[in-house]
Write a protein of this length. Structure first.
Length: 494
């Protein structure tokens, strides 16, 4: 029972993907099959494979009527596309199948819970999008929308809620077999909050409570929530829209927020204890997690920035890629992220340099490339006189480079893509306050053609950015203002 709208999308993506060169796409990061990709959706483990769906507009490299794209992988790094899974083809989702999640049903079927969007004329003549939560059930390839959709509607909203901002359900199953989901919502005044629902079967849902509320602290509407218990703590992640900056922690625009706190499962009460940004770079939004069969909590985010993703020409055949999958943990009330260990299996040639001391620009034998995993440990070359700045530059040629730098006196790590070949007045730099003492810092930096992800101090802080520098620019160099001593282990990625 595949609709004509979905059949058209499947045919289109199959034809058009052949027009995109292998070199134009990242290698081990999931990117859109064609057209446009935003949020990760339905991240789940089903029938021996990881499934990732995504917000998808196949017909254009700009956002449009949302479909769900679909890909599978055994190792979360090498992805295979499957046909698009959902299209906006029914009354209640005619204007878009927005973000959602997936769970495996006891009878072995795969269930998607997503937001259906339908525009409605308001009494004042304006058009608004009404958002409801809907179900589709399938076999890992084809999904059928539930005849009783939508399953959660405005009737299930607490008083004072906006029915125009009610989306992105994230579902999980409890040990007793029942289901819970969290959804993003805001008050009529635009103050974000995360709602908790319960269900015996994934179909019949009951509103439980407001699990966490913004009280206008972090942006406005809260999108794409996820909630889980990790290392004894309740962890709520969400993506607030329209943020004001706060020190070096939060930046202007649509950002990410992680609330860590106490969670009492008996009463399903979450008590916030601390907050932090999830990623401090330029391109990171709407992350979603999966619980892997081996117990790891793995997160993938959309590697883009809403304020800078519309500057390309419609002629560009694709836009949108995901971050590396990251293993999460909580230490001392803080969320840590590490690149998934499966990446180690893709390591090619190893290059090592130890105790390299430099006071200006250097290049190191065997250190170059645009598909790279490198670990840098830096310390002062002269203990009496700590250096003022360290930088690693990559995607470099005579005119271009992107860099990650560290200033020990300010304890600031910065990503800078000003010289990446951009001709636009967009955000090119982001700074992050890190923990360091005496000029000692550890960084793992991963490049995949058009992106950098820098994991500082074993994943205590992460900075992610995209750049579209010509692939021929594959130089890597190091810079010190003062004297730096560095150990480096570098792998090319196969
Ligand atoms: C977040 C978001 C979601 C929504 C989707 C629409 O990036 O705005 O809230 O479901 O994108 O594509």
């Amino acid at each position: 029972m595949i609709s004509q709208t979905l059949r058209d999308a499947r045919k289109y993506e199959e034809t058009m993907e052949k027009k995109i060169g292998r070199d134009d796409k990242p290698d081990f990061h999931l990117s859109t099959r064609v057209g446009w990709m935003n949020d990760p959706n339905g991240f789940s483990y089903y029938n021996g494979e990881y499934h990732m769906f995504y917000q998808y507009h196949p017909y254009d490299s700009h956002w449009g009527p949302m479909h769900w794209g679909h890909a599978v992988s055994a190792d979360l790094l090498r992805w295979k596309y499957l046909p698009a899974a959902l299209a906006p083809d029914t009354e209640y989702d005619r204007d878009g199948c927005f973000s959602g999640s997936a769970v495996v049903l006891p009878d072995g079927r795969h269930m998607l819970l997503y937001t259906g969007v339908a525009k409605e004329t308001q009494p004042d003549g304006s058009m608004r999008e009404v958002q409801t939560q809907c179900v589709a059930v399938g076999d890992g390839m084809d999904y059928e929308k539930y005849a009783g959709n939508p399953v959660i509607t405005e009737k299930d909203l607490p008083e004072g809620s906006s029915r125009f901002d009610f989306r992105d359900p994230k579902i999980w199953q409890k040990p007793d077999g029942s289901y819970r989901c969290v959804a993003g919502n805001c008050t009529e005044e635009g103050d974000g909050r995360i709602l908790l629902y319960s269900s015996p079967d994934g179909i019949n849902w009951k509103y439980e409570k407001i699990l966490a509320a913004n009280h206008m602290r972090f942006g406005r509407m809260w999108e794409c929530p996820d909630f889980f218990v990790l290392d004894g703590k309740g962890v709520l992640i969400t993506s607030p829209q329209d943020m004001f900056p706060q020190g070096f922690e939060y930046h202007n625009g649509n950002g990410t927020l992680c609330l860590i706190g106490a969670y009492d499962d008996a009463t399903e009460t979450f008590t916030e204890e601390g907050n932090q940004a999830i990623d401090y770079g330029i391109d990171f939004y709407a992350p979603q997690t999966v619980l892997a069969p081996d117990g790891r909590r793995i997160m993938i985010g959309w590697m883009q920035n809403w304020d800078t993703c519309n500057l390309h020409t419609p002629a560009q055949p694709w836009l949108g890629q995901m971050t590396l999958p990251r293993e999460l943990s909580v230490h001392n009330g803080r969320l840590y992220q590490k690149p998934i260990r499966e990446l180690d299996d893709m390591h090619g040639k190893e290059v090592r340099h130890e105790n390299v001391t430099f006071t200006d620009v250097i290049r190191l034998a065997g250190v170059e490339g645009r598909k790279v995993d490198m670990e840098l440990s830096i310390r002062p070359g002269d203990a009496q006189n700590i250096y003022r700045k360290f930088a690693v530059r990559f995607a470099q040629d005579d005119t271009c480079h992107t860099s990650i730098s560290f200033r020990p006196y300010e304890s600031i790590v910065k990503v800078d893509r000003k010289f990446s070949g951009s001709r636009r007045a967009i955000i090119h730099q982001r700074r992050c306050l890190v923990n360091s003492e005496g000029g000692v810092l550890k960084m793992r930096i991963i490049l995949d053609k058009f992106s950098v992800e820098a994991f500082v101090n074993d994943g205590e802080h992460v900075l992610t950015a995209t750049f579209y520098t010509d692939l021929a620019a594959d130089g890597i160099s190091f810079y010190a203002d003062g004297s730096v001593t560095m150990d480096i282990v570098k792998y090319e990625i196969k």
